[in-house]
Design a protein around this ligand. Structure first.
Ligand SMILES: Cc1ncc(COP(=O)(O)O)c(C=O)c1O
Length: 396
């Protein structure tokens, strides 16, 4: 089946955080202006319809008319095993899969399960903001191994700093984000092996948030960190269908833990959880029949990213942008305009009426940046970029 990702579907009036979330968005301090004309390109979900087999599977569940307590059928596990073996050459044992109602939820459970108040947790800023709240909100100490970048804006890991911080006896956990949000980096096998080795040598556990692992550029490769080391005993991986298939509202993350002791600790901290029949149906459908849609989506996202890069080089050449290797977010450096982050914010959010995410939310390293989510039909992206460019014309 051929999908049309250019189709603009009105999401207003569907309880969408992006399109109906005015109150929450303002409460969170993301913007002062939010109205019917606002183009929201902030939170990471997509304005695209999902694969047809998923729609069919959900219809079947709806049509049954009873939505009671549900259990995980064997097909739930085999669907996960099938997907990760086929796409990532990863053999996952059924017993190593633990369902979680969300990835941020899983990160919080893991922080509480594996560390004590005051313990150190490493993250690599600029980083997805809920990592920070999972650490600080739970009374743990945030240890920042900031990524550094070269002239072209390409981000890399400061391994010397990472090792020093991992060696500190208070450091107990490292939350890896790969592919990395917001920089779009996909770490290489060598980089991941080095991180895994340093952590193993220093008794530091790794929570690997790999939920963007299927959303990569067509010419890129993603390797799960567990496949980069002989002994992944200290690694807990978070996988999900939410980003890949645009079903964040169905709450389906799977935590993969092969170490029996770590599994026991996590399960006890998580407590008893039953799934929704919609979630089960969705996962089985997408992991067996969603690949065709995903491949088409990836091509569309690649073209949009190319479009954005071209537009920026022609119309806003002072903005520095690199092609993200993975994810559908782009990290725009506004330093070139020589104006304050507040003025950049005012021009984009209040004047152009486009809602992005201020880089400062990702840590102080992001102060001069804006994160844009390009996972919308291209007509929406084009209008948003036109509006923004117009507000910067006087600074050319
Ligand atoms: C790296 C990363 N982890 C977790 C999440 C949120 O996942 P969930 O909705 O399953 O909590 C996001 C959403 O943008 C993300 O980018």
């Amino acid at each position: 089946m051929k999908y049309n990702f250019d189709e603009v579907i009105n999401r207003r009036g569907t309880y969408s955080l992006k399109w109906d979330g005015e109150e929450l968005i303002k409460q969170a301090g993301l913007t002062e202006r939010y109205d019917e004309e606002t183009i929201p390109l902030f939170t990471a979900d997509m304005d695209f319809p999902v694969p047809q087999p998923l729609v069919d599977a959900l219809h079947k569940t709806v049509d049954h008319r009873i939505y009671g307590y549900s259990v995980f059928p064997e097909e739930y596990y085999t669907a996960i095993q099938h997907w990760f073996k086929k796409r990532h050459n990863w053999d996952i044992k059924k017993d190593d899969i633990i369902y979680s109602p969300g990835t941020v939820h899983a990160v919080n459970v893991a922080v509480k399960a594996y560390t004590d108040p005051g313990d150190g947790v490493i993250i690599q800023r600029p980083i997805y903001p809920p990592f920070t709240s999972a650490i600080e909100g739970n009374g743990r100490q945030l240890i920042n191994n900031a990524l550094f970048y070269n002239e072209e804006g390409y981000y890399s890991i400061d391994f010397k700093d990472f090792e020093e911080k991992a060696k500190d006896e208070r450091t107990k956990l490292f939350i890896l984000c790969n592919p990395h949000n917001p920089t779009g980096r996909i770490f290489t096998k060598e980089e991941l092996n080095k991180l895994a080795t340093i952590c193993a040598d220093n008794g530091v556990l790794i929570i690997a948030d790999e939920i963007h692992g299927d959303l990569i550029r067509c010419d890129q490769t993603f390797i799960p960190i567990v496949n980069t080391t002989e002994n992944p005993d200290h690694i807990i991986t978070l996988t999900a269908i939410n980003k890949t298939f645009n079903v964040a509202g169905l709450h389906c993350t799977n935590v993969i833990i092969s170490n029996p002791d770590l599994k026991k600790t996590y399960s006890e901290a998580l407590g008893f959880h039953l799934p929704s029949p919609f979630t089960i149906a969705a996962l089985i459908a997408v992991y067996h029949e969603g690949e065709d849609w995903l491949e088409q989506l990836k091509e569309y996202l690649d073209e949009t990213i190319q479009y954005v890069i071209q537009f920026i080089s022609e119309r806003m050449p002072k903005v520095k942008v690199t092609r993200p290797e993975g994810t559908y977010v782009m990290w725009l450096d506004f330093t070139g305009y020589g104006i304050t982050p507040e003025e950049v914010h005012d021009r984009i959010y209040n004047k152009a009426n486009v809602l992005l995410e201020d880089g400062k939310l990702f840590g102080e390293e992001g102060l001069d940046y804006q994160r844009i989510c390009i996972s919308s039909p291209r007509p929406i992206i084009k209008e948003a970029l036109e509006r923004i460019a117009k507000e910067f014309e006087d600074l050319k």
